[in-house]
Design a protein around this ligand. Structure first.
Ligand code: 5RP
Length: 220
């Protein structure tokens, strides 16, 4: 079993009958969705909400019921991956482009479990370019305002065209280098008109499960 799968399968053991589960996005969350479906085959009863169309489609294929948001008050547990986790449990997310929906799910969850392989652990965030979701209108100006925060923004592309999120927006991947203060940068990014959301998750989780290539699982 690979490191991502190990972390994902451990996270799934936290899910109990009757829970509403938030489904993350990405290759680690993929294993969590498979793990939930496997537990449902053994009798677990859950309902879910998803952070991307891809995760929703996968869940439906596997028979995991997806609820409309109008039917829920809160999410019991969300399980999701991350691109970087620092020593204070701050995260960079959005490598898969789903950061906006992922943050909405995490912010509305009683518990947010982050699952990663050990390559994602860093002392300080920033080696991974920070994904920032921006609206397409005047995105060139928004990118200039991002660059003024002392980073190098690159418009994410796919097959020669701008990558478009599930929300119809673009992603600017911003190379900051070491991020000294995630909380301060979060506020500065949110103050730029045209920025919808960014991939800094500041103090949003208390549970990080790490799988390693040696087959071990650790809770941070
Ligand atoms: O934030 C995400 C998607 O927007 C993912 O959780 C993050 O990119 C990690 O991906 P993976 O599990 O494939 O390594």
């Amino acid at each position: 079993m690979n490191a991502k799968q190990l972390a994902a399968e451990e996270a799934v053991t936290h899910i109990e009958d009757g829970m509403i589960v938030g489904l993350g996005t990405g290759s680690t969350s993929y294993f969590a969705i498979l793990g939930l479906a496997a537990r449902m085959k053994e009798g677990l009863r859950i309902q879910a909400v998803a952070s991307s169309q891809g995760s929703e489609d996968l869940a439906r294929q596997l028979g995991i019921p997806i609820l409309p948001f109008s039917d829920i008050e809160a999410i019991d547990v969300t399980i999701d991956g991350a691109d970087e986790v620092d020593e204070n449990f701050n995260l960079i997310k959005g490598g898969g482009g789903a950061l906006l929906r992922e943050k909405i799910l995490a912010a509305n969850s009683r518990k947010f479990i982050v699952i990663v392989d050990d390559s994602k652990l860093v002392r300080r965030l920033g080696a991974f370019s920070l994904p920032v979701e921006i609206i397409p209108f005047a995105y060139e100006l928004t990118m200039r305002n991002l660059a003024a925060l002392d980073c190098k923004p690159t418009l994410r592309s796919s097959e020669g065209k701008p990558f478009v999120t599930d929300n119809g927006n673009y992603i600017a991947d911003c190379a900051f280098g070491v991020i000294e203060s995630p909380a301060e940068l979060s506020n500065r990014l949110k103050s730029i008109p045209g920025v919808v959301e960014h991939g800094l998750f500041v103090k949003m989780t208390e549970t990080v499960i790490v799988g390693s290539g040696e087959g071990t699982i650790a809770y941070l």
